[in-house]
Design a protein around this ligand. Structure first.
Ligand code: ZN
Length: 250
């Protein structure tokens, strides 16, 4: 089995489609670490695709806000405006689907997925100090997470030392091949397909090959039609700042 693992789709259909095109033929199953909607202009199309194609998914904070589980009060103004726009836009079926998304962690075939951290779906794991809180509680060698929109992750070595995993951003295809090693524990962030924030505007994902050696995680970045997404956002009346940030991957 080969897994395409995506997160933070944020209703960006062009970003998702570019990832799927690049990954085509390289995976059997799709897994999603949450934030299907919020920010972007295509919440129904992206949710429809997730419902039809993703076999394991956990909910994200924007999924909760957009379907009314939370009230979006903790969001900044632009994120709140987008969440309320999304709530109005979603079909009853998609609202119902988002309301019923499971809370992470969810275990899939020996690895697990969460949205934020293992302890709290809304908590950000930005730096090794954050990851240090998570590693003692993981209970699995390999955990995929999202929420920060930063491609990379963390590894805990056999001597307990923690290291950040940083894919290099050369253009083209896979940016890093991470070989899973014995007695090392991993927190892997695929990066966002819909709103990257690590200074690289390209859409991000990983492919996990559990049967290659002890396991192999391949980090990918792919360009997509940012202008097409931005045009849709502007004609939908979504906040301009959310469209502009896509140019910079911030
Ligand atoms: Zn997100």
């Amino acid at each position: 089995m080969r897994y395409l693992i995506i997160t933070d789709l944020h209703a960006n259909l062009e970003g998702l489609q570019a990832c799927l095109a690049a990954a085509e033929g390289r995976y059997d199953t799709v897994i999603c670490c949450g934030d299907i909607v919020g920010y972007g202009p295509d919440p129904n199309a992206v949710t429809d695709w997730v419902r039809a194609n993703v076999v394991a998914v956990v909910r994200g904070n924007h999924d909760k806000a957009c379907c009314g589980i939370t009230d979006a009060e903790e969001f900044n103004q632009a994120a709140r405006d987008a969440a309320l726009w999304t709530r109005d836009c979603l079909t009853p079926e998609n609202l119902e689907y988002l309301r019923n998304l499971p809370v992470g962690p969810t275990v899939v075939d020996g690895f697990q997925i969460v949205h934020g951290s293992i302890r709290d779906e809304d908590e950000y794991v930005f730096v090794v100090q954050d990851a240090a809180q998570d590693f003692p509680n993981l209970g699995h060698q390999l955990t995929f997470f999202g929420h920060t929109h930063l491609q990379g992750g963390f590894a805990q070595l056999p001597d307990q030392e923690l290291r950040a995993i940083r894919p290099s951003y050369h253009p083209g295809i896979a940016t890093l091949r991470l070989e899973i090693e014995e007695n090392v524990t991993y927190l892997v962030n695929p990066g966002s397909t819909g709103q990257p924030r690590d200074g690289d505007s390209r859409a991000a994902f990983v492919i996990y090959y559990p049967d290659e050696g002890r396991g192999l995680v391949e980090y990918w970045r792919v360009p997509y039609e940012i202008e097409a997404t931005q045009k849709k956002m502007m004609s939908a009346g979504l906040p301009q700042v959310l469209a502009l940030r896509l140019n910079f991957g911030r």
